[in-house]
Write a protein that binds this ligand. Structure first.
Ligand SMILES: [Ca+2]
Length: 273
């Protein structure tokens, strides 16, 4: 029994080998024809079989092998040539605002603007220390004709002399507060000419001369601003002989001499220390 199966199996194998040989020869022919077709060869004729071989036949006849492992990837090819410029695209959307730039360089000075409106008045300043302490004024007159010449006129009628800076004994104003002073005199001239000088420390500063007109009553006047230091003295004096002593006064005619501190020489804060 076993021998019979072996014989049958051998016959079967021989038949298969013969058939496989035939198929192998046909396959080789088909490969040759394919190569000719790829080389541009013309078909031999209208009867030539150009149909694609059935790949399944060899596999159906052969024992299929194990699929090989995929090969390694080849090296990247070279870059292709640049293409032509494409058509112009549509206008894009407006971009977002960029970051704020740094400050620019300082520009040139512009032209002067128009004059502005006056500002509001400032606040009232603090009360100074001169309001009470810097007082100096006098106003005096004569009661009768000046009796003597070349000496200070002693005015003996007092309109104002609260500080007693005018000395009725000497007839001189004596400066107590250094500063700038204003002096003025208005004299009645009667019976003879009048020559009067305003003196400061034994030196005549200014003169007034009036020629008397018979049966008239004349007036003579003068005024001056002087800077005085403490202890300076100012007075009026008739100069010349008695013929120029026409300074007159009575109940209805006055001759006056006045003076007052215009503004004091206030020491600076540094000088006060
Ligand atoms: Ca006159």
């Amino acid at each position: 029994m076993t021998l019979v199966w072996k014989i049958l199996l051998g016959i079967l194998l021989i038949g298969r080998l013969g058939q496989g040989q035939d198929l192998l020869e046909e396959d080789l022919k088909q490969i040759a024809m394919d190569e000719e077709a790829e080389e541009g060869g013309e078909p031999e004729g209208p009867g030539t079989d150009v149909s694609q071989p059935d790949d399944r036949q060899p596999c159906a006849m052969w024992m299929g092998g194990v699929p090989g492992t995929p090969g390694h990837s080849g090296q990247p090819g070279r870059d292709g040539r640049d293409g032509h410029d494409g058509p112009r695209g549509e206008k894009g959307d407006k971009g977002e605002a960029g970051e704020e730039g740094g400050p620019g360089q300082k520009g040139d000075v512009g032209p002067a603007g128009p004059r502005g409106f006056p500002g509001n008045p400032g606040l009232k300043g603090a009360r100074g220390d001169s309001a009470l302490s810097y007082h100096s004024a006098f106003s005096v007159g004569l009661k009768e004709l000046v009796p003597a010449t070349n000496v200070p006129i002693r005015f003996n009628k007092f309109f104002y002399n609260d500080q007693h800076h005018y000395d009725d004994v000497s007839g001189k104003f004596r400066c107590v507060l250094p500063g700038v002073y204003f002096f003025t005199y208005h004299l009645t001239v009667y019976t003879k000419d009048a020559k009067v000088g305003l003196y400061k420390n034994d030196k005549a500063i200014m003169f007034t001369y009036d020629q008397y007109q018979e049966s008239n009553v004349d007036q003579a006047s003068g005024s001056v601003i002087l800077r005085l230091e403490a202890e300076d003295e100012v007075w009026l004096q008739v100069y010349g002989d008695e013929g120029f002593g026409g300074v007159y006064a009575d109940n209805t005619n006055d001759s006056t001499f006045s003076g007052f501190l215009l503004y004091p020489a206030i020491p600076t804060p540094a000088q006060r220390r």
